[in-house]
Design a protein around this ligand. Structure first.
Ligand code: AKG
Length: 315
């Protein structure tokens, strides 16, 4: 009796999970085709941003290959922006390393890490309140970057995630989680940026990408992106299909990488040195309706001077 009730409960659970998945997928598709994304595409079409040659160059490369890289200072030439980021990054690194040393002596940890991806210490992770005084948030809505994101996605995007990461050297462990090839689950309309805050060489866990693997690219049929789809194919099988066509981003501090991570990518498999970077994710309103959550709440009062696209990105 007990056994058949347990089996019945397992079946109900399976059916419920299946229904829930179908509900999430239907909500996403509905918002992508008809509801939230349609409105944000209209807003973009009514006021397309005016891009300069640097921004147009980034877009061209993003459209051709799914990624573009350049020195941050080329896109955001104001040196005070970089100085503020660098100073804040140094404070984060010093605080992280002090806490890691305390942990090493057996103390409990105050560091922000996520289950399954413990090799990354995050400045924010989840549930932070960020105002316009936060320099990382301000980069995420800086028109130099936001206009690129919106033009690439052809809609007014949402800034879904902003963070600074300290990636710990993994020693000789096997690759796990995002150190393995995968597509991001967030959205088919997706753009991320990574800003290296240290020099990144082979020992520092460089970011890697498969050009042409994002939706619409020539390799998009390889374990294609689907809402709640199969994101992590077996590494060796994927390696056979891409046949050495991946790009490894070893690059100096101050390098900015834009990338559509709905395409295959991996990184953070640091063997010798910690990697420090900042990262931003822009995606569509449909993603926030069904597939993802923002990691922050924007708290600045209405008085802060933001243009409409910036306010849309944050709310
Ligand atoms: O840490 C890395 O280089 C990879 C990051 C990643 O997979 C992601 O942000 O989706």
């Amino acid at each position: 009796m007990h056994r058949s009730r347990t089996r019945f409960a397992a079946r109900v659970n399976r059916v419920a999970t299946g229904l829930e998945r179908r509900g999430v997928v239907a909500t996403y598709e509905l918002h992508d085709r008809l509801l939230a994304n349609r409105a944000s595409r209209r807003r973009y079409a009514q006021q397309p941003p005016d891009l300069d040659a640097t921004q147009r160059g980034i877009l061209e490369r993003l459209r051709d290959e799914g990624y573009a890289t350049l020195p941050f200072s080329e896109l955001v030439p104001d040196p005070s922006v970089w100085s503020e980021l660098e100073a804040d990054a140094s404070r984060f690194v010093a605080a992280t390393e002090a806490e890691l040393a305390r942990e090493g002596k057996g103390a409990g940890s105050a560091l922000r890490r996520r289950a399954g991806k413990e090799f990354v210490v995050r400045k924010y992770s989840w549930d932070v309140r960020l105002g316009h005084d936060d320099p990382w948030l301000r980069v995420g809505i800086n028109p130099r970057l936001l206009d690129v994101a919106n033009t690439y996605l052809k809609l007014w995007s949402k800034l879904e995630y902003v963070d600074v990461w300290y990636t710990l050297p993994a020693g000789r462990d096997e690759r796990r989680s995002s150190q393995r090839w995968h597509r991001d689950f967030n959205d088919r309309h997706l753009l991320k940026a990574f800003l290296y805050l240290v020099d990144v060489d082979e020992e520092t866990g460089p970011f890697e990408y498969v050009p042409g693997s994002a939706p619409g690219g020539e390799l998009d049929r390889l374990w294609p992106w689907r809402p709640l789809g199969e994101n992590y194919p077996p590494d060796d099988e994927l390696a056979k299909h891409i046949d050495g066509r991946s790009v490894t981003f070893t690059a100096p501090k101050g390098t900015l990488i834009f990338c559509n991570t709905a395409g295959f990518h991996r990184g953070g498999f640091a063997s010798g040195k910690p990697r420090v970077l900042a990262t931003w994710t822009w995606d569509s309103p449909a993603s926030l309706k069904a597939l993802s959550d923002r990691n922050y709440t924007f708290t600045s009062p209405n008085g802060v001077a933001l243009n409409e696209a910036q306010r849309y990105a944050l709310t």
